[in-house]
Ligand binder design. Structure first.
Ligand code: GLV
Length: 373
């Protein structure tokens, strides 16, 4: 049903999400208001908009969405559509209590995020930032077999992939192409079929002479994964105490960092609070591990006094601005099978226009289906 056949749906978005996707809603007759600032709107403003009777709220991971917001929208708010795969900013129990479906953008950012994690690993290990700095600052004396520094190869090394959901599996796929051995750990579930398929591919590549060394992949426990890896890449959702049997909050802490080899590198493209940043900065200072690359932080944006910015560890610490899914098509395509913006809009339309017989449990992008069973 077109919006104009029924009523003009009112939607507030807490961030711009690109003309093509914004126009898709406007062309359907939606009354769409978009917060224009690059920063997130104050929660007070979000509540004010929700209270004014909007039907749909489009959010980003910067917006805290909880009972206060749902209460403000009682009787009017029908959907929260999040432009992200992660939704730790949305209180699921509160959404369920108020019976408000919320949606996310899984799948469309899987490959982009995994490739960024892979590039973070390469940039860290091969010291690309330090290399560019030498050239820019005219401090490169001459070509030399090992001076002023060397990097570490990725090819042929062992990676621990922590979390084997969509993005973890995509990371595994990319790492297998670099002849890496792969240790898998997942606190919640094991995708044995996928892992067996990768092993088959590894064996075939070896048999056909595409890779010289035989490589392997297997599920292990966390201790073995951390202890056996040259690279540790995090791909778990953020689950705090009480949200899961095995929470992931500060999964990487002073104790678990000590399980890693002193030559190993940590890569985090999942959620900041999965890593205890203070413990990480200390571990880098004390050379407990060789280096780390972070795309996400306990508090974003990273504050100027963060220990991660300590000049003493700058050569071992690569930092990015929560950018792993930040590629053109991935972020902005209006196609729900390609872009986060497109998927967000389709998710919102599904709920407001009653697609799938109006049953949220049948809507592909609704997360909290359990509230409607
Ligand atoms: C980004 O971090 C996302 O969850 O989409």
């Amino acid at each position: 049903m077109m919006a104009s056949d029924n009523k003009r749906f009112r939607v507030f978005a807490t961030a711009r999400f690109g003309d093509p996707a914004e126009n898709r809603l406007r062309e359907r007759g939606y009354d769409l208001e978009v917060f224009q600032g690059p920063e997130s709107p104050a929660k007070k403003l979000i509540i004010e908009k929700v209270k004014s009777g909007i039907d749909g709220l489009i959010t980003t991971l910067r917006d805290p969405i909880d009972a206060e917001v749902f209460e403000a929208g009682k009787g009017t708010l029908k959907v929260v559509a999040q432009i992200a795969v992660g939704f730790d900013n949305i209180n699921r129990a509160d959404a369920n209590k108020y019976k408000i479906p919320f949606t996310n953008t899984a799948d469309v950012l899987t490959e982009a995020t995994a490739e960024f994690a892979f590039f973070m690993m390469g940039m860290l290990a091969r010291k690309m930032w330090q290399s560019e700095r030498l050239v820019r600052e005219h401090t490169w004396p001459s070509w030399h077999p090992f001076l002023p520094f060397l990097g570490d190869e990725v090819t042929g090394k062992t990676i621990a992939v922590i979390g084997t959901g969509r993005i973890g599996l995509a990371m595994i796929k990319k790492c297998s192409g670099f002849d890496m051995n792969i240790l898998c750990y997942d606190p919640a579930y094991q995708n044995d079929k996928f892992i067996a398929a990768i092993q088959e591919l590894m064996d075939l590549r070896h048999a056909k002479g595409i890779q010289k060394e035989k490589t392997w992949i297997k599920y292990v426990d966390l201790e073995e994964a951390l202890g056996g890896a040259d690279y540790v890449s995090l791909h778990v959702p953020l689950l705090r105490e009480g949200e899961a049997d095995r929470p992931t909050y500060h999964l990487i802490n002073e104790n678990t960092l000590k399980l890693m080899k002193p030559t190993a590198y940590l890569i985090n493209s999942s959620r900041g609070p999965v890593v205890d940043e203070k413990a990480l900065a200390k571990a880098l200072k004390e050379k407990v591990i060789a280096g780390a690359a972070l795309d996400v932080f306990e508090k974003e944006p990273l504050s100027a006094d963060s220990p991660l910015l300590d000049a003493e560890i700058a050569d071992r610490m690569r930092l990015f601005h929560h950018f792993a899914s930040g590629a053109q098509i991935t972020r902005l395509s209006v196609d729900p099978d390609k872009g986060m913006a497109g998927r967000t809009v389709q998710a919102l339309i599904d709920v407001l226009e009653g697609n799938y017989g109006g049953d949220p449990t049948q809507m592909p992008y609704v997360v909290n289906k359990e509230a409607f069973k």
